[in-house]
Design a protein. Structure first.
Length: 196
């Protein structure tokens, strides 16, 4: 018959083992929090609206989809720290004002910018302008993403010296470099998944 002291030791050992397992599990979840959050994103949402806006502005819908994933994780009511709004995180005092001026309409409210169709219209308009700006460069998509994220003047500083050169390593803002790499990685994955 086991002694009461050994039962307490076994109970303590089991408790410590359970606490250790819990600590490992929580550490793992914390380390992979972003990946776990990304895993549950439904990136097939708004497919028809994405295709319509992308087609209108001659963009690859898979690129737009990758931008939306990076910008808002497909949440249309997202507001960024600098005031960016919606699926494509358009700036009311930037892309939105430019789009409104170009189309001869009033600048939409923040609430209106949360409507997927309007947000996609403005975001695709802005991304398309950037793609046209860099059309002579082999890395035009990367440059357009730099412009979308950090502005045209910075993208201009980061462009390669030759139109057929690379430019990712020229990006001096770590957040923008990560942004471009993440979108390009996801864009390539979406394109691979799209092929039969």
């Amino acid at each position: 018959m086991p002694r009461s002291g050994s039962k307490k030791t076994i109970t303590r050992f089991r408790l410590l083992l359970a606490l250790g397992a819990l600590a490992v599990m929580l550490t793992t979840i914390a380390a992979y929090q972003r990946e776990l959050r990304d895993f549950v994103v439904d990136d097939t949402q708004y497919a028809s609206q994405i295709r319509a806006a992308a087609d209108k502005y001659r963009l690859d819908p898979q690129l737009v989809r990758a931008v939306i994933f990076q910008e808002s994780r497909f949440r249309p009511d997202t507001i960024g720290t600098a005031g960016e709004v919606g699926l494509m995180q358009v700036l009311p005092k930037g892309a939105v004002t430019d789009w409104a001026r170009r189309h001869g309409v009033a600048v939409p409210s923040v609430r209106e910018l949360m409507r997927p169709e309007l947000n996609l219209e403005i975001g695709c308009y802005y991304l398309s302008r950037a793609m046209k700006r860099w059309q002579d460069y082999r890395c035009r998509t990367e440059l357009a993403l730099c412009q979308y994220n950090a502005g045209e003047s910075r993208a201009n500083r980061w462009k390669p010296s030759q139109p057929d050169g690379d430019m990712i390593e020229n990006i001096t803002i770590a957040g923008t470099k990560t942004y471009v790499k993440n979108i390009m990685r996801r864009y390539q994955q979406y394109r691979r998944d799209e092929k039969p």
